[in-house]
Write a protein that binds this ligand. Structure first.
Ligand code: ADP
Ligand code: ZN
Ligand code: ZN
Length: 760
């Protein structure tokens, strides 16, 4: 690293390296002495270093001229690996580690190039590197603007006969020289990211070496969704919203960020597209976060159709090689728009001008393992770091966002199509899973050869099994929850499964406690609903499709199922909340929600928000075309607040009411919550550790609730504390310190402690 200090250039030879270990007990960074040929190591570089008598990967988090330790006590890194962490993300990781009471190592690990933790480039990648001859040539070409390799100039000076920019043959063009210099600067680089043909020409002259066979690994595009490509003219509300965003992008107007609160089908995506277009025109880059990318192929396709190759997609279903290539295209500025799920918030883009969060209410933005970050909060932070504008959009925004962001309204569907009427169907006292009204409505759709979507937020066949003789319920051996029956398919025989830990076993033939063979099945999930709808109304002209986590486990199955449903002239799509996510199928005329109050039964302050969102979002799938639509909501709680507001399409009424309630209870956004969970083999140990943590939390402004036992999960007993506070930063500091103090001892006692800031 060359840094200019007082006009002269100094070499910083000490690298502060954060080893990427998962243990909390090891905090870095640690100092290493760089060798002269490692002098161009920069902040963010990925190194392999000797660490605790073995080798570890580490990221350079800082550089220094000298260490507190004498130089002879410092070790040297073994190697510098390609594709480190961009420096702005190193800073972001440091912030995240504090904000989520996690560790720098864990946060940095999220920001590495895909596959980098293996320490090797993906096998299929074709990697180019400058040869010694190439280096000599660059050195001989002088220290003009071309070469940035600091270490090689002195060593190789004078090598290479004749004119510097020749290699015995034709002189290199300026572009070729620049390419060679860039490659030397980056170190070994996937050839495609710099242009393979041009590199091949340099290879023929012995200046570049290219190893292993390279395939083009561009992600496959699925053609879900109509109206790609051409941009429709914006309506007045879209235009107004866009102008406010453009003002902010130009540096004028309010820069606090925007909440695009638009009813379903109001054309929010079109506003994002225009904002991205303006960002690109201004020379900046953009991140577009979408809930789960497999469920939002249409959004991805729209961005790709509009902007072409400048869009890169980071998608967990891509092969590692493909993801690595996309990551490199972003890092090298070849792609300037990144579309992806929550992890795309770490896209290695420079000069970010805009971050879009589509369907900002979606739960998938929260990461559910340490660090338990919220991509929406991280996006706001990253936007602030880059001076970028944040645009979060939803038909059912979180109360938090209505308070923290400027709200822009799209109150109408495009073309002023009405929102579909929502009818509540009271299921109290009913035994059949489908209300008679629902059955009639489905039959109507079938007769008219139309399309319907049916949502049941419960997968599997039956919820649980009991013994008819003694009443035993089949439970997961590792969790305090009932096993769910799954029906056999072409590839698997029937089985029962735990939806918390994934445990599976064969369907019991007899009761384990009384040996009775009479087993009763209770409740219905999506598998059974699919089956019954097939029997009742399905036929070759009216197929039944299903979408849930079991279907989604197959690679590309989600996209295929969505494509098939879209392509079919008529049919029903049955599934869990996945069917409610932002899909734009103009020919769906009926939406049905079964057991709408199911989400209300969770003991969680967000239960109402979630129920409101689920019904509103499902309603949003219906009536997007010329044929209009209607929505039926089956519920045991027809007068529940969330359900009544959703039926009236009254988002403002719901939000106002919800904000009042949350303020009274000091729930977000009126306060922050932090949850601490201790898990151990025995409940007593978990509870006692929770008590020690509680006693260590020194924060007078926070209210600490608990310990409260939780249900057993994956063989571990659990207990939790909940901290409620209006001084978020003070509480985070106090919790972080408490967990650090208790941490090492807890681990020895076999208790693991985890912290969740802003739990979902
Ligand atoms: P939302 O994201 O708000 O639910 P979409 O962005 O999916 O809505 O838009 C719904 C449909 O309307 C899409 O097919 C989109 O191409 C189309 N659309 C968007 N804006 C306009 C417009 N101004 N005029 C006509 N059609 C539009
Ligand atoms: Zn029994
Ligand atoms: Zn389990």
């Amino acid at each position: 690293m060359r840094a200019s200090e007082g006009g002269s250039t100094v070499f910083k030879m000490i690298a502060r390296v954060q080893p990427l270990t998962t243990t909390r007990a090891i905090r870095g960074p640690f100092d290493y002495r760089l060798r002269p040929e490692q002098a161009d190591v920069e902040i963010g570089a990925l190194l392999r270093v000797p660490f605790a008598r073995r080798r570890a990967l580490g990221v350079v988090v800082d550089l220094a001229g000298e260490s507190e330790l004498p130089p002879e006590r410092l070790l040297e890194p073994d190697t510098v690996l390609p594709a480190g962490v961009p420096p702005d993300l190193v800073a972001l990781a440091a912030w995240m580690a504090r904000e989520y009471c996690s560790t720098m190592a864990r946060c940095l690990s999220l920001m590495l190039a895909p596959g980098a933790t293996g320490g090797v480039l993906p096998a299929e990648a074709l990697v180019a590197e400058v040869t010694d001859a190439g280096r000599r040539l660059l050195a001989g070409a002088g220290d003009g603007a071309l070469s940035s390799g600091a270490g090689n100039g002195a060593r190789a000076s004078g090598a290479g006969a004749g004119s510097p920019a020749t290699n015995g043959a034709r002189p290199l063009t300026a572009r070729q020289l620049e390419l060679l210099a860039r490659l030397q600067h980056h170190g070994p680089t996937v050839a495609a990211s710099l242009g393979t043909p041009a590199l091949r020409r340099l290879e023929r002259r012995g200046l570049v070496e290219i190893v292993s066979g390279k395939r083009e690994r561009r992600p496959v595009r699925h053609s879900v969704g109509a109206g790609l490509g051409a941009a429709p003219a914006l309506n007045a509300e879209q235009q107004e919203a866009l102008e406010r965003i453009l003002e902010a992008l130009e540096g004028a107007g309010d820069r606090r960020g925007f909440l695009l609160h638009g009813v379903t089908g109001s054309g929010k995506t079109e506003v994002y597209l225009r904002a991205v277009e303006a960002t690109l025109e201004a020379g900046a880059s953009a991140i577009v976060l979408v809930p789960e990318i497999a469920l939002t192929p249409q959004t991805r396709a729209r961005f790709q159709a509009r902007f072409g190759d400048v869009v890169a997609v980071l998608h967990s279903a891509l092969g590692q090689g493909e993801r690595y290539d996309e990551w490199l295209r972003l890092r090298d500025g070849e792609a300037r728009v990144c579309v992806g799920p929550r992890s795309a918030v770490f896209a290695p883009l420079k000069d970010i001008g805009l971050i879009v969060i589509d369907e900002e209410h979606d739960r998938s933005y929260k990461h559910e393992s340490d660090p338990r970050y919220d991509a929406r909060t991280v996006a706001a932070r990253r936007a602030q770091d880059h001076g970028a504008i944040l645009v979060a959009g939803s038909a059912t925004p979180r109360p938090e966002s209505t308070v923290s962001l400027n709200r822009l309204r799209l109150s109408q569907r495009v073309d002023r199509r009405p929102l579909p009427p929502v009818e509540l169907l009271d299921m109290r006292g009913s035994h059949h899973p489908l209300h008679p009204e629902t059955r009639l409505a489905l039959a109507d759709v079938r007769r008219a050869r139309g399309k319907a979507i049916v949502l049941l937020n419960r997968r599997g066949w039956s919820n649980f099994l009991t013994c008819r003789a003694c009443g035993q319920v089949w439970m997961c051996p590792d969790c305090d929850v009932a096993l769910v029956l799954h029906r056999s398919s072409a590839s698997t025989p029937a089985y029962v499964a735990c939806h918390h830990c994934g445990h599976r076993e064969r369907v019991p033939e007899r009761c384990t406690s009384c040996r009775s063979v009479a087993v009763a099945r209770h409740g219905a999930g999506t598998e059974r609903l699919e089956h019954e709808l097939r029997l009742a109304i399905g036929d070759s002209g009216f197929p039944v499709f299903r979408l849930d986590a079991d279907v989604a486990a197959g690679k590309d199955r989600v996209a295929r199922e969505l494509t098939a449903f879209e392509a079919a002239p008529a049919g029903v799509l049955v599934g869990t909340q996945m069917v409610a996510k932002g899909h734009d199928f103009p020919d769906v005329t009926l939406g049905v929600v079964l057991d709408a109050d199911q989400t209300l039964r969770f003991p969680d302050f967000r239960a109402e928000e979630r129920t409101f969102a689920l019904i509103t979002q499902l309603a949003g799938r219906a009536g997007r075309g010329d044929r209009g639509g209607r929505v039926l909501v089956q519920t045991m709680a027809p007068s529940a607040r969330a359900i009544v507001f959703a039926a009236r399409h009254d988002a403002d009424g719901f939000l106002a009411d919800e904000l009042r309630r949350r303020t009274a209870l000091r729930y977000p956004p009126a306060g922050s919550l932090i949850r601490i969970t201790c898990s151990a083999a025995e409940l007593a140990a978990a509870l006692s550790e929770t008590r020690s943590v509680r006693d260590q939390i020194l924060c007078p402004s926070a209210t600490v609730l608990g310990p409260a036992p939780l249900f057993r999960l994956r063989g571990k007993a659990r207990a939790q504390l909940v901290i409620k506070t209006t001084d978020r930063q003070a509480a985070i500091r106090a919790v972080g310190a408490a967990v650090d103090r208790v941490g090492a001892g807890a681990a020895q006692r076999g208790v693991s402690v985890s912290v969740d800031v802003d739990p979902q």
